[in-house]
Each structure stands twice: as C-alpha cells, then as structure tokens.
Design a protein around this ligand. Sequence first.
Ligand code: DAH
Length: 330
Amino acid sequence: MEEWYKAIEEASSVESLESIRVSVFGKKGILAAEFAKMKTAANEEKAKIAKDLNIHKGKMTSLLAERKMTLQTLELRARMEAEKIDVSLFSSRSEKGAVHPVMDTMDKIVDYFASMNFSVQTGPMIEDDFHNFEALNLPKYHPARDMQDTFYFKDEMLLRTHTSPVQIRTMLHTKPPIRMIAPGSVFRRDYDITHTPMFHQVEGLLVDKEGEVSFANLKYILEDFLKYMFGDIEVRFRPSFFPFTEPSAEVDISCVFCKGEGCRVCSKTGWLEVLGCGIVDPNVFKAVGYKDVSGYAFGLGVERFAMLIHQIGDLRSLFEGDVRLLEQFR
Ligand code: DAH
C-alpha cells in the first residue's frame, strides 16, 4: 500500500495521476484485489481487514484529489507562461493607413472651392422642418418633399435630407455678399446599389447684389470645377426642377468610362449626371429676409464623384468597413 501513497504524491502530471487512480480504484485495481482477499480470510479477521481497507480507501481518495488540484494549478501556470503575450511589445510590422475615398474626394472638392474664396460652413445633422424644407421653398404637403423621404423625430425634427439647410442657416446669421460651401453627411430612406441611407453632399451658395449674379457665372465655375475633378471631359447643362432654384439645371459630364461612346454605366447615353444647380428662388431670399440680392446655388453627392473617379461599382461597398477596399487607396 505504501508504494501507492508514494506514487500519488510523486505523480508529475494530471495524466499519470489518472492512470494511478485507475490502478488503485479500478475494477481490476489493487483495492478491489485486497477486498477480494476477504472472501478467503478467517471470519474473525474480516471486520478488521474491511476497516483497514476502508481507511486506506478514504485516505487515498483525498490524497488523489489534493494532488490533482496541485497538478492542475501547476499545469495551468506553465501554460499561461508559455502562451504569454506581451501586448506592450513594439511590432516591427507597421501598416500604413489610407484616407477613405469619400473623404479624399470631399477634400478635393473643398480645396477647389476654397481656392475660389468660398468659406466652409457647417450645420446640424438633426435639422428642423423649417431649415430642411420650409425655408427652401418646400412647403408642407408639397409633392417635391416626396423626393427626399427621411427619418423623423418628434417635434418636426428630422435627419437632414441634404446640405441645403446650411444655406439658410448661413444667410440667417450673415449679411450678403456670401460665398460658401457646406460639406457634410445627409440621410434618406433609400438602399440599393446607388443609394445608402447616409451619404455625403457638398452644397454651394453665392449671393451678391441684385443683378450681379448670372447663370453664366454659375456655368463658368461649375465647368471649371468639373474639369478640375474629372480632367478632360465635356459638360452639359439640362433644364430641371428644384424648389429652391429658378431656373434650375442638372449638370452632366461625358461618361468617364466610355468617353461618351455609350456604355452600361451611362445607360448608353454617353452622359453622367453629377450635380444640381440653379439661380436662387426669390422665395428662399424672402424666407431669410434678404432684399435686393441675386445668387446661385448648387449641390452634389460626394459618393457619386468618388465612384466615378475611382470606378467603384457598388456604392454600399464604401460603407462596409472592409479594409481590403481601403488597402487599394494606400
Ligand atoms: N439639395 C439638392 C438635393 O439634395 C441638391 C441641389 C440641387 C442643391 C440644386 C442646390 C441646388 O443648391 O441649387 O437633391
């Protein structure tokens, strides 16, 4: 028996301890064999043998449990030591980051207009009905509100559907003349390969004395801007409608993919629509209390520019946070 006590105490792993346990307590183990000897022992000795064996059994059970605990603790410690990671170590592999293509495009747009003396203005993403719609000549129940369905809060607050409300905010707190752009995030209830619920716009507004601002001024700067962004392209203005401008136009560039030949991206037309613009509607000036002024305004979607510049097919891929997309822009 003594040798088994010694074996338990000296077991060096949980695994070897387990095989000792089987040798002692198993069906064919030494305790079973000792108990079996009782059958042939003299009657008066049986009680003593049973008592002794039960004492051994008890002692060995607790000795085994104790040794098992000790070995488990030692093994855990050894494992932790072996698998230790020093999170404060410097890594020799340093990955370079990249500017997101949407922000990169936005920066380029802002750079152009800053060079033309336009100031950069901002406004809140949670807007009220007045700034987002009403003051932009979009009265309640006007059907043009349908083009810009958004997410609403209580008390006529909403996620702004465009950056045009920043025009209103700027005019309300500054006197003319004004030359401003407003870059920022906007929100709409939309989701498909060319629409995401959040996207970015840059709004532009120029206001000066009555009769000083013409459509020709607008046409000149937008053509120059679009050539700065896309290089050697054709630009055309198409009559359109926006409640906040009159007259209004949409601006197309010759397709950057097929050079105007007609392809899948431009739906075989050879043209791509890139922005909206026009001469500021008198109702907008009335809403902000401006008199004897004239102005032009324009608005564009930054993602659309980024997609055309970098030839990105699915707009949603810009917002999936997949580093493989960014790695292409390092
Ligand atoms: N706010 C318009 C939109 O989100 C874009 C726009 C068009 C802005 C014409 C303008 C403009 O200032 O004159 O669709």
